[in-house]
Design a binder for this molecule. Structure first.
Ligand SMILES: Cc1cc2nc3c(=O)[nH]c(=O)nc-3n(C[C@H](O)[C@H](O)[C@H](O)COP(=O)(O)O)c2cc1C
Ligand code: SF4
Length: 440
């Protein structure tokens, strides 16, 4: 009975079994392959408007409106490197480069959805990236993939070869003048390499140090050319949206939310995994129906929403619809859609200490506030978590939460502070009790 209900609630657009054919070009074409692209070729400009009306969001964590970034790239005059500088101008189509980096770095604990899309649905992704390129006038597509995900690199590599040998590249060139080049590029394997400007550096062959902004990637990206960065899940939606239309896409979501979301459920649940559900599915339904509930004998204590760089929800918010606005209204954030379930008996201070150690180890070290701030937060948390912390240590943690946000070049430092701040807000008692062991 439970299984039937669970299956009925799965949307299965991106993770529909018919899409999960691996690097099998004919199987994808035999399903819906090429239909979205053919429609996009008829009217490339309409694709951006569709993304706007459908309210397609960036699913790499930010929830930023996708059409807005696309529009910035589509309207971007091309740049050409001229020695040290660059020159804006009327360059011919052949000289004009624009890049799309398809972000498959996926290295944050608790997020494991993009690897399924890359390994099992590579043609869906290639078609989504190609439609995006057609809409924005992009001629270089880079599939940027975490090197530890070897099966994804292999599947994407084979699928790209099949795509290049198909009729599509010449069809696209004939209709738009774009000669699109595809490449699969393993990232350096650092978590920070997933940040958009770090990805640009990496694609240029350098260490993934995030860049200061402005200039923004849409203005000055890979080798100075306009560059769009999108998450693999965002791009995988595109063939379906263009093929089926705005109304169809909007109707997939619940309430005001649109489309589907691939939620990554992990932690103390019976059935962890990836679940593609309507955007706006209540957290309760994910945990209890799809995830089978908590491990036997365990009770819910908290859910780290959107992964460790985000915030915490407590049992009173278990009914929250998991879409960007609804989760934000509860002082939290949807992020990548990772939901890490923690049961009673798990020490929050130790859990947060674990995550902050990850950020301290992942800081690229360019910004003193991030390098020392994450190290110091980690040190204080470990001290408090092991019963050796003082009131002054706790006060220092609280102060760091006030002074660190916005002090770095990228969002890594903000993410680290966010989870700590949220844990202090919801579980101050636990912090205080940890202190009492030494002070009482
Ligand atoms: C430290 C850090 C790591 C990130 N890692 C990833 C990643 O692995 N994959 C991803 O898509 N976005 C990642 N992002 C977000 C990207 O900077 C960027 O917002 C995203 O790729 C844009 O795609 P979207 O608009 O389709 O979401 C990361 C951001 C930060 C600050
Ligand atoms: S905030 Fe941290 S990770 Fe980001 S650029 Fe600065 S030092 Fe590097």
């Amino acid at each position: 009975m439970t299984k039937a209900k669970t299956t009925a609630n799965l949307n299965q657009v991106l993770l529909n079994p018919a899409c999960r054919v691996g690097a099998d070009f004919d199987a994808w074409m035999g399903y819906v392959g090429g239909q979205g692209l053919e429609k996009a070729l008829e009217d490339p400009a309409a694709v951006i408007q569709m993304a706007k009306e459908a309210d397609l969001r960036g699913l790499g964590g930010s929830g930023f409106p996708t059409w807005f970034k696309w529009n910035a790239i589509a309207n971007q005059d091309a740049y050409r490197d001229v020695g040290e500088g660059r020159e804006r101008g009327a360059v011919s189509l052949a000289e004009r480069d624009k890049y799309l980096i398809c972000n498959g770095n996926e290295d944050e604990p608790g997020t494991f959805k993009d690897r399924v899309l890359m390994k099992e649905c590579p043609h869906q992704l290639i078609e989504g990236a190609t439609i995006t390129a057609v809409a924005c006038g992009i001629n270089k597509i880079v599939f940027y993939i975490n090197p530890h995900l070897t099966a994804c690199i292999e599947a994407m590599g084979r699928a790209v070869e099949q795509w290049q040998a198909s009729r599509w590249p010449s069809r696209v060139a004939e209709k738009t003048g774009l000669k699109i080049e595809y490449c699969v590029k393993p990232s350096s394997g650092h978590y920070i390499g997933g940040e958009e400007t770090a990805a640009i550096e990496s694609v240029e062959g350098k260490f993934p140090f995030p860049r200061g902004k402005p200039p923004y990637p849409s203005d000055f990206g890979v080798h100075g050319y306009p560059t769009l960065i999108n998450n693999m899940e965002t791009l995988s939606n595109v063939p379906h949206l263009v093929r089926n239309g705005v109304e169809w896409f909007r109707n997939l979501g619940i309430g005001n939310a649109t489309g589907t979301k691939i939620y990554c459920l992990s932690g103390d649940v019976l059935r962890p995994g990836v679940f593609e559900l309507p955007m706006g599915t209540p957290l309760n339904e994910l945990v209890n129906n799809h995830g089978g509930g908590l491990l036997v004998g365990k009770k819910l204590k908290a859910v780290f929403t959107g992964g460790p760089s985000n915030t915490i929800l407590t049992p009173k918010d278990i009914d929250v619809p998991m879409d960007f606005e609804s989760v934000a209204a509860r002082r939290s954030a949807l992020g990548t859609g990772a939901m890490i379930v923690v049961s009673q008996g798990t020490g929050i201070v130790k859990k947060v200490a674990e995550y902050i150690s990850f950020f301290a180890a992942s800081s690229c070290g360019q910004c003193p506030s991030c390098k020392t701030g994450t190290y110091y937060m980690s040190l204080l948390l470990n001290r408090i978590g092991t019963g050796q912390g003082t009131r002054a240590d706790l006060d220092s943690l609280i102060n760091l939460c006030k002074i660190l946000p916005g002090s770095g070049r990228c969002h890594l430092i903000n993410g680290a502070v966010k989870v700590l701040d949220s844990s202090l807000y919801h579980f101050m008692n636990e912090y205080e009790q940890s202190l009492l062991k030494v002070e009482g």
